[in-house]
Design a protein around this ligand. Structure first.
Ligand SMILES: [Zn+2]
Ligand SMILES: [Zn+2]
Length: 342
């Protein structure tokens, strides 16, 4: 699952909540803040431009070299190589192709430029202070309260709630508030790449069937085939990479973990897979595949458990610490409501 190392700065998050856990440690440990260097900024910005440029370039070439032929064309040569006409299937296929292109671009911009869930300076709940479940980030400038499921990103220099990883491709952290956009970008991009492969192969076959071979050779149709093959190979490569990312995201959602937490082998309280999807994509399934802002069903007081601890609790059917607090400590219960992520 961890082949993504070369693409994402997993190690940009802090390693353990415990290291910032109580006030004694706050005084004894002075953590040197990570200096955001210009390489991080330059690499992030460059990859942002490259990603958008690749998306636009693929759209332009595929349209210009192939899809344009699907539309009515008066010139004799193009009439010969035209496969599908505008007034039939071609229109629907063209709209489908452009829809996934725009969805991928919108999801990308939303993932890259929206708040991933940066922690604000909040007063920690009193009930938890007594139970040693409160930590303060030593790496943030204002040493703010750090919920158990918040992690510090060295590149953003901020704590992010349910931080998954810092993604260089989007030049932003992936956290609770933009995970939906990030996953949708991957999904729409994958569908877009699949459509490129199908359309280019289909167009190439049609062009080949409708064009006399000698004629094609002499007027230089061959280079268009080379471009088509290049785009097919690149699309297949992107599909392979995207599947790796999506498989990681699937594993994490299923086990109520973020990628950072999976490295620490810690888990959130187990929910059904459907509920887990609701946490990331919002309550309303109708909007799951559209990059709209989801309504969150999560809160800053969620706890993390170790694998063995969780297995024991599930086996003995014992209460989760959250339930215990809810019933017995009104501060926790009030805080639970107060600190709901919105
Ligand atoms: Zn921090
Ligand atoms: Zn970050």
């Amino acid at each position: 699952m961890k082949e993504i190392d070369s693409f994402e700065s997993i190690d940009s998050s802090d390693d353990d909540h415990e290291e910032t856990e109580n006030s004694d440690q706050q005084n004894s440990k002075l953590v040197k803040p990570y200096k955001k260097d210009c390489c991080d900024i330059f690499l992030g910005r460059t990859l942002q431009v490259v990603t958008v440029f690749l998306l636009l370039l693929s759209n332009y070439f595929v349209y210009q070299l192939f899809l344009r032929r699907w539309f009515k064309e008066d010139r004799k040569f193009y009439q010969m190589v035209r496969g599908i006409e505008l007034d039939n299937t071609g229109t629907c296929l063209f709209i489908l192709y452009q829809t996934f292109f725009f969805l991928a671009v919108i999801s990308y911009f939303k993932a890259a430029f929206s708040d991933p869930g940066f922690m604000q300076k909040l007063e920690p709940p009193i009930g938890l202070l007594e139970d040693n479940l409160i930590g303060f980030c030593q790496k943030c400038e204002d040493k703010k309260w750090k919920p158990l499921r918040a992690h510090h990103c060295k590149i953003c220099q901020k704590c992010v709630f349910r931080m998954d990883h810092h993604c260089t491709w989007i030049n932003n952290c992936v956290g609770l508030k933009n995970q939906k956009y990030f996953i949708l970008f991957l999904v729409h991009c994958e569908i877009y790449c699949i459509l490129i492969i199908i359309y280019l192969t289909f167009s190439a076959v049609l062009v080949y069937q409708n064009t006399p071979k000698l004629f094609m050779l002499f007027i230089g149709m061959t280079w268009k085939y080379l471009v088509a093959i290049l785009f097919i190979v690149l699309s297949a490569l992107f599909i392979f990479l995207i599947n790796e990312f999506l498989s990681d995201q699937y594993d994490c959602i299923k086990t109520n973990q973020t990628t950072v937490e999976s490295y620490k082998e810690k888990y959130g309280r187990p929910h059904s897979f459907f509920n887990q999807l609701q946490i990331v994509f919002g309550q309303d399934q109708f909007y799951w595949l559209i990059p709209t802002k989801p309504k969150y069903n999560s809160n800053y007081l969620e706890l993390l458990y170790k694998g063995e601890e969780l297995a024991e609790m599930l086996q003995s059917n014992s209460d989760f610490i959250e339930d215990h607090f809810n019933h017995q400590q009104s501060e926790y219960y009030n805080a639970f409501r107060k600190y709901k992520v919105s």
